[in-house]
Design a protein around this ligand. Structure first.
Ligand code: UDP
Length: 329
């Protein structure tokens, strides 16, 4: 049994990790300022909740002094590409600033193991697909650059202070806990799958397809959708490896299968049995044409393999969540 501090644990991905840790018997403390997270996402999980902001160094020190942790996982971040272009200072302050405060507090209090939420956005427009971790990161927006900065900071802290970390580069997270109790709830919602399901529920008239002239088979953007519970499994494996003395690592987390925007809509039509009207719209700035992961590194290093390889199943779990919680938490 290990003791975890989960920063940003009330958010979409964090709350699924919290649930998985508690289910296997670990002790979990969640620190979250609830700016985008939801108390309901962890209320019945068995984790202890501490309201607070990762950018507040004093609060972090108090927390580390009252309780011992074996590992910290850091999910708290601003994560919208478009918003990062118009508010870069907010993104650097919250993402880079928050990570610095957290790493400082960990160093002062002798906590060495760190699991970090990174992103496929660090790759920018990749020169080769599927993308391997050795592909040179060239982020094309402030969000991706803020995450890449933290990855580099982690490398420096590992050398200087003996920090050991796993940086997990998520591709497109989707789906929900099959129990239907927790799921995705952003406000405003900008992500494709929840928006498509809101159309299926009759909450939106149609889905805009951002660009139909991309250099892809059907002209729409291709992404690698990975189930949020598979992401959660990977966090547990990565933390266990650090606990066993493993070296610092960077892993992609994706299914190695690309789905176009049109394919997502078609799958959602099949799963929901609803019509889901679409409208062709201009490209969204900052979108790369095709992001598909190679996840062979984490498969062979940690034995990770996704339980939800079928994208239809991913959409089914998301649909259950949205149907049962049409207005979110
Ligand atoms: N997308 C779209 N219409 C929408 C929202 C998203 O066509 O209303 C496209 C978007 O351009 C991208 C894909 O769906 O190619 C996934 O976008 P999302 O925002 O879900 O995730 P991202 O890839 O930006 O992390």
């Amino acid at each position: 049994m290990s003791r975890y501090l989960i920063v940003g644990g009330a958010g979409y991905i964090g709350s699924h990790v919290v649930r998985a840790l508690v289910e296997r018997g670990d002790t979990v403390v969640v620190l979250d300022n609830l700016s985008t997270g939801h108390l309901e996402a962890i209320a019945t999980s068995g984790a202890r909740f501490i309201p607070g902001d990762v950018c507040e160094g004093n609060g972090l020190d108090r927390l580390f002094r009252c309780q011992e942790f074996d590992c910290v996982m850091h999910f708290a971040a601003s994560s919208l590409v478009g918003e990062s272009v118009t508010k870069p200072l907010d993104y650097y302050a919250n993402n880079a600033g928050g990570a610095i405060r957290l790493l400082e507090a960990m160093q002062r209090n002798g906590v060495d193991n760190f699991v970090f939420s990174s992103t496929a956005a660090v790759y920018g427009e990749p020169s080769r697909v599927p993308i391997e971790e050795s592909c040179t990161p060239q982020p094309t927006n402030p969000y991706g650059r803020s995450k890449r900065f933290i990855e580099q900071l982690l490398g420096d802290c590992a050398k200087a202070y003996g920090l050991r970390y796993a940086a997990l580069r998520y591709f497109n997270a989707g789906g929900a806990c099959p129990s239907g109790e927790i799921g995705e709830d952003h406000s405003p919602e900008t992500h494709l799958i929840p928006l498509v399901l809101q159309v299926a529920l009759g909450q939106r008239e149609r889905i805009d397809i951002y660009g139909t002239d991309w250099p892809t088979p059907d002209g729409t953007c291709v992404r690698d959708y990975v189930h949020v519970c598979d992401l959660a499994d990977a966090h547990l494996l990565a933390a266990d490896r650090l606990a066993a003395g493993g070296e610092s690592v960077v892993f992609n987390l994706g299914n190695e299968r690309g789905l176009s925007v049109r394919e997502v809509v078609d799958l959602a039509r099949r799963v929901t049995g609803r019509e889901i009207p679409v409208r062709d719209a201009p490209r969204r700035s900052g979108d790369p044409a095709r992001l598909v992961a190679s996840s062979s590194r984490i498969r062979s290093a940690l034995g990770w393999s996704p339980r939800f390889e079928d994208p239809g199943e991913l959409i089914e779990t998301a649909w259950r969540w949205h149907r049962e919680h049409p207005h979110g938490y």
